[in-house]
Design a protein around this ligand. Structure first.
Ligand code: HEM
Ligand code: SF4
Length: 529
């Protein structure tokens, strides 16, 4: 069904224009040296693709020039080479905060225009699949009604801001940092000051003491800390910068020796992003992340530049006392909230793929047993919040909780998988179904194990965070007896929390067909938490 032509808008919020950016960006003269992505950004601001949407809706997906297919990612619409004409849309949900109205809208959209399921991602967001360009405006309109948008969720933009999904609810937090995630998101979404940065940019902001968020892999990591200011103990964040997972592999963020109060934190994140915009490398695509600017300048120079940029404000404070504990959590299970008599219930969504039937059911359950809030985790799972003690028994007896379990096996609980070959053309192997096969095998052979995380990435881009898992699986092709075979390299004991550790490679070229047996042999010798 074609939609009527009207001015396209993915969020209903106006796009703010940028004053001329005083920056060290590449001049037209030196374009010969820069990569295609830079040319794309110089030729036209990515957000302006919004003006072309009515034409694409009228003329169909084949009319979209290849460059513009990339530019569509500024409005969160992704052309998929695996399924030409069937698009993906990524929805922004800071700290993974959502609710039953949003789940119902997403389910309706996926049922009407998609394949009847969506994916929960490791940035606590949702990816809609399988819709035609003709329906994009209709989808945006429906999303806007429930306060959702897709702006700037792909390409060289600030991605969904991650944070503790039970911020404001868990007793184990220094303070509720979700407001800072929202403030920072409000600062840059629709703001052209932030839409021409050298590369993707990941930000994690958390007050959780239980290390539920992969902060060390973020370009900016704000973690809970305490500092004495004017004789008073003040809660706030320590700041680390330059973490990444891709572009040559995992580089943990480096401490900047800065303490910032929650009130000032979103502006500080903005200032750091603008330093990256103005000084970040733009020549080689695989060397353009903030980590490379930090490597070039050193943390000291970066801190000086940040201080200079804030010259009219207070000088930067040195780091406070790190408040994070040693424990790690994923918030799966039933836990008391800080609000007396209330609980949150973390449910596992196997490999993050959830059907529309289940989305509707989750929405009903969130309304019936909680206050309608639903939170998404970095482990591709979800949480129902504000469930009174008296309703816990009935909630756990709901048939849905036999499928999305609060008490899964440990292998099910810790399994994360990137999209894989069905929808991602980079993928060298199928991932989600293979992960499910491994879960079924390990549950049958090992029963319950000690807690562990197993993360799959279908290619070296590493979207499944395989370098930060207890067991990391990286998809590849290998030749066995002359036959090209799906395989993985196996990495062990990575960590992107308070004690970052890059996982070393343990095994190479393990055929996927043999992997369940290999994991069965390996897992009894691993332990954690
Ligand atoms: C050149 C490097 C990379 C490329 C080309 C790339 C490409 C992609 C693609 C095509 C998808 C969407 C697939 C689909 O579901 O249809 C995706 C999703 C995703 N990627 Fe990557 N990726 C890269 C690096 C990374 C890295 C280093 C990370 C961090 C671990 C990462 C994190 C994610 C996440 C979290 C998603 C899910 C969507 C979200 O919540 O933002 N990617 N990536
Ligand atoms: S890791 Fe590779 S295969 Fe998986 S989603 Fe990212 S780019 Fe695609």
């Amino acid at each position: 069904m074609r939609q009527t032509k009207k001015k396209a808008t993915p969020t209903g919020r106006g796009v703010r224009s940028a004053p001329s950016l005083k920056s060290a960006r590449v001049s037209k003269k030196s374009r010969s040296k820069i990569n295609a992505a830079e040319t794309l950004k110089q030729d036209k601001n990515g957000l302006e693709v919004i003006n072309d949407i009515p034409n694409y809706i009228r003329d169909g997906w084949e009319s979209i020039p290849p460059n513009e297919r990339d530019r569509l990612k500024w409005v969160g619409v992704f052309f998929r080479k695996q399924t030409p004409g069937a698009f993906m849309m990524r929805l922004r949900m800071s700290s993974g905060f959502s609710n039953s109205d949003q789940f119902r809208a997403i389910a309706e959209i996926s049922e009407a225009h998609g394949p009847g399921f969506v994916d929960l991602t490791t940035r606590q967001q949702i990816q809609l699949r399988g819709f035609t360009i003709e329906n994009v405006q209709h989808i945006w309109n429906r999303l806007e009604e429930v306060g959702l948008g897709s702006l700037q969720t792909g390409f060289d933009n600030i991605r969904g801001v991650i944070g503790c999904p039970v911020a404001g609810l868990t007793p184990n937090e220094l303070f509720d940092a979700s407001q800072v995630c929202r403030e920072f998101t409000k600062l840059f979404v629709g703001n052209k000051e932030f839409t021409d940065i050298p590369r993707k940019f990941n930000v994690g902001i958390t007050g959780c003491l239980d290390n539920c968020t992969h902060t060390a892999s973020q370009d900016i990591a704000l973690t809970p800390a305490v500092k004495e200011i004017d004789g008073e103990k003040t809660n706030g964040f320590n700041v680390a910068v330059g973490g990444k997972m891709g572009s040559g592999g995992y580089t943990p963020a480096q401490p900047l020796d800065v303490f910032i109060t929650p009130k000032e934190a979103s502006v500080l994140c903005g200032d750091i992003t603008l330093i990256f915009r103005d000084h970040g490398p733009r020549i080689a695509r695989n060397k353009s992340r903030l980590a490379f600017l930090i490597a070039d300048w050193g943390v000291g120079k970066f801190r000086e530049e940040l201080e200079r940029r804030r010259h009219r404000k207070q000088p930067l404070l040195t780091a406070g006392k790190d408040a994070r504990g040693k424990k790690k959590t994923d918030h799966t299970g039933i836990f008391s909230q800080k609000q007396p008599g209330l609980n949150y219930v973390g449910l596992v969504v196997p490999v993050g793929r959830i059907t529309t039937t289940h989305l509707f059911e989750v929405a009903r359950i969130a309304d019936e047993y909680g206050n309608g809030d639903i939170r998404l985790t970095q482990g591709q799972n979800l949480i129902i919040t504000n469930v009174p003690d008296a309703k816990i028994g009935d909630l756990t007896a709901e048939p849905l909780l036999q499928e999305l379990r609060y008490d899964p096996s440990e292998v099910m609980r810790g399994m994360v998988s990137c999209t894989g070959i069905d929808y991602c053309h980079f993928s060298l192997i199928e991932t989600k179904e293979r992960a499910m096969e491994a879960i079924r095998h390990l549950e049958a052979k090992l029963g319950n194990t000690k807690p562990l995380t197993i993360h799959w990435s279908g290619c070296p881009n590493g979207c499944g965070n395989h370098a930060a898992a207890d067991i990391g699986l990286l998809g590849k092709k290998t030749k066995i007896d002359g036959v090209v075979t799906d395989a993985v390299d196996v990495f062990l004991k990575g960590d992107a929390g308070a004690n970052p550790k890059i996982a070393p490679k343990l095994l190479e070229n393990v055929p996927c067909d043999e992997l369940p047996q290999v994991l069965e042999g390996l897992i009894p010798y691993l332990s954690r938490r």
